[in-house]
Structures are given as structure tokens and as C-alpha cells.
Ligand binder design. Structure first.
Ligand SMILES: [Zn+2]
Ligand SMILES: [Zn+2]
Length: 158
């Protein structure tokens, strides 16, 4: 992709450094109760990328959990400082989920959807109601066509 420049990211202590070498697919905020617990905060912000586009160095700590969908999810943290770097959701075939704010330029990836808004903290007001979903959405309608096309092609060729 000619208009794409490699994206970089990492943890706080500097042990984990990563790069993403193809354009991410979608960025979303999740307000579900599990994500609150997982982050100790009100929501989590994730960017979905192709699973072959992540290059990572440094020692990771791995935690296996069951996601709300009942499917397995493996979470990866910096072994030294504990920063949550990415997750591999079993249901998200061919994709990994990077914690958006671990990117060096997270401002380039604003949320394209808010999910599980039914569990959103009442003091958070989201201006753009068009991208709010009470629970999960259907990617076919929520994702931009350009991302859907790239994802479809990726699944066919990888
Ligand atoms: Zn670290
Ligand atoms: Zn969640």
C-alpha cells in the first residue's frame, strides 16, 4: 500500500517495541464490564490489525481468558512494566487487537465505533451517536467498505 507508513508503538518501560506494517482495519472503544475490569478503567480502545502485520520485540506475559462471546482470548502484556499491548481473540480470524493508546501516534486512529454502550459509565458523553452500538455491531454495516474489502481479500489469500 503506497499511502501507508509503518506504525510504531510500545510499552512504558521501553522493553516492548513493535511495528505494524500494513494499514489497520478498524478502531473501536469497548465499554463492556470485562474491559473495565481488564483495564481498571471505564473503557478500552482497540485497533484491529492483520495478524501478519505485527512485529514485536521484548518479553511478553501471556494471559488466557474467555471473552464475553464464550470464545478464548489471549492477552499480551509487557513482562516488566505490565502495560497491556495486544490481544488475540479466537473469533477474530486473521486479526489481532492492539491497544490503541500504546501506539506512538494514537491520534491517527480515533474511534470508529463504541460498543457495549449499554454498560457505559453515565458520566461519559459521546457526541457522535451514529457510531454507538448498544452491544456488538455487524462489521458489514459498521466497518468502512475499504476495510471490509481488504479483510475479505486477506482471508482469501492467507
Ligand atoms: Zn514495559
Ligand atoms: Zn469489552
Amino acid at each position: 500500500m503506497s499511502d501507508f507508513e509503518t506504525i510504531y508503538g510500545g510499552c512504558i518501560c521501553g522493553s516492548i517495541k513493535y511495528s505494524i506494517n500494513s494499514k489497520p482495519l478498524f478502531t473501536q472503544v469497548c465499554h463492556c464490564l470485562d474491559c473495565k475490569k481488564l483495564t481498571g478503567s471505564s473503557y478500552v480502545m482497540n485497533t484491529s490489525i492483520f495478524d501478519n502485520s505485527l512485529e514485536i520485540s521484548g518479553e511478553l506475559l501471556k494471559a488466557e481468558l474467555t471473552a464475553g462471546s464464550g470464545k478464548k482470548c489471549t492477552h499480551y502484556f509487557c513482562k516488566k512494566c505490565g502495560v497491556y499491548i495486544y490481544a488475540d481473540y479466537e473469533f477474530a480470524i486473521g486479526r489481532l487487537t492492539v491497544r490503541t493508546k500504546t501506539l506512538s501516534n494514537p491520534e491517527l486512529f480515533p474511534p470508529q465505533a463504541h460498543i457495549f454502550v449499554k454498560d457505559k459509565d453515565p458520566w461519559i458523553n459521546i457526541d457522535n451517536k451514529d457510531i454507538c452500538h448498544n452491544e456488538m455491531y455487524d462489521p458489514k454495516t459498521a466497518w468502512p467498505k475499504e476495510s471490509l474489502d481488504r479483510y475479505k481479500k486477506y482471508l482469501e489469500t492467507n
